[in-house]
Design a protein around this ligand. Structure first.
Ligand code: NAP
Length: 284
């Protein structure tokens, strides 16, 4: 029986078991996907024992994403290394492969929801410079966005992303700009895409309060926060006529590559799955 799961500490908040068990049932696969609480002190021991314990792989969630990259750095692919975090471990022929699928989740979500959107058309503004921002920025670079402006409360983190992108991917210096938080409203002028990658707007967090009046009505707005599904940012953007994409699809699409690698089936992201995962959110 194929064995996978998600490791975190705590881990019971994770929606991954809901997603993967939906697919295991849908495709009638004899496999298991469990939430596994791994104390930070036991992380290395857990990783070392994975092969012996018959795991095909695991997803990795907070607080282990960065630490796994550190421990299994030799097995990490360039995506995980640029993003600075591992969210998926695959074991093939007793070898580890560590990757980060958030950039795939981001791209597929936006492309699926707004297939007409042309990433190469204009500049993208990314709010935030944490792990998720790095995944989104990597995706935007792959999608040939002509200019990316990063704005984060802690400016230095934006600068680090820019430096790393130039070093790792030979990105032209003028392709990524770093802006001050207090200038958010100003930099929205001429933007084609606005993405919130901060945790602001998430249930239990402060709202993301930004003035959208300079944002062109033709711009697409994406919030990667998925709880609540319609954040204040998306609500405000929608009211003024912008097209919006919520963050749930990113969560579902980032899960698919791991499932395919472990269980051998490329899973479909269908409306029933969305409904099922949303029900799980309500209960949390
Ligand atoms: P992270 O690495 O901890 O980064 C958090 C980001 O939020 C940083 O840019 C941080 O700014 C900013 N931030 C937090 N509190 C703030 C405040 N009060 N004012 C201004 N900025 C603030 O977290 P992450 O992994 O990037 O995740 C960020 C969000 O994305 C979370 O809500 C997470 O659930 C969501 N996410 C969604 C998906 C999906 O599949 N849809 C995937 C990954 C993450 P500083 O640098 O200044 O601290």
């Amino acid at each position: 029986m194929i064995k996978a799961g998600v490791i975190g500490y705590p881990v019971k908040h994770s929606l991954s078991p809901r997603i993967h068990n939906y697919w295991l049932k849908k495709y009638n696969i004899k496999g298991s996907y469990d939430a596994i609480e791994v104390h930070p002190d036991n992380l290395k021991g857990f990783l070392v024992s994975m092969i012996k314990n018959g795991f095909s792989g695991v997803n990795v969630t907070i607080p282990h994403k960065e630490k796994v990259l550190e421990i299994l750095n030799n097995a990490a692919d360039p995506f995980a290394k640029f993003i600075g975090a591992v969210n998926t471990i695959i074991i093939k022929d007793k070898n580890f492969i560590c990757t980060n699928t958030d950039f795939i989740g981001f791209s597929r979500n936006v492309i699926e929801k707004e297939p007409e959107f042309d990433f190469s058309e204009g500049k993208a503004v990314v709010i935030g410079a944490g792990g998720a921002a790095r995944a989104v920025i990597f995706a935007l670079l792959s999608l040939n966005v002509p200019e990316i402006i990063i704005v984060n409360r802690t400016r230095e983190k934006s600068e680090i992303i820019k430096t790393k992108a130039i070093k790792n991917f030979q990105v032209a210096d003028k392709k990524i700009l770093v802006a001050e938080w207090k200038n958010i409203s100003e930099i929205l002028k001429n933007a084609s895409l606005l993405v919130n990658t901060t945790s602001l707007g998430m249930v239990g967090q402060n709202k993301l309060e930004i003035d959208l009046s300079n944002l062109p009505k033709t711009a697409l707005v994406n919030d990667i926060v998925y709880n609540p599904l319609e954040t204040k940012l998306l609500k405000t953007a929608k009211l003024r006529g912008n097209k919006v994409v919520d963050g749930l699809g990113m969560l579902l699409h980032q899960a698919a590559p791991g499932f395919e690698a472990w269980f051998g089936v490329r899973p479909e992201i269908d409306d029933n799955l969305r409904k099922f995962v949303l029900e799980g959110l309500v209960k949390k």
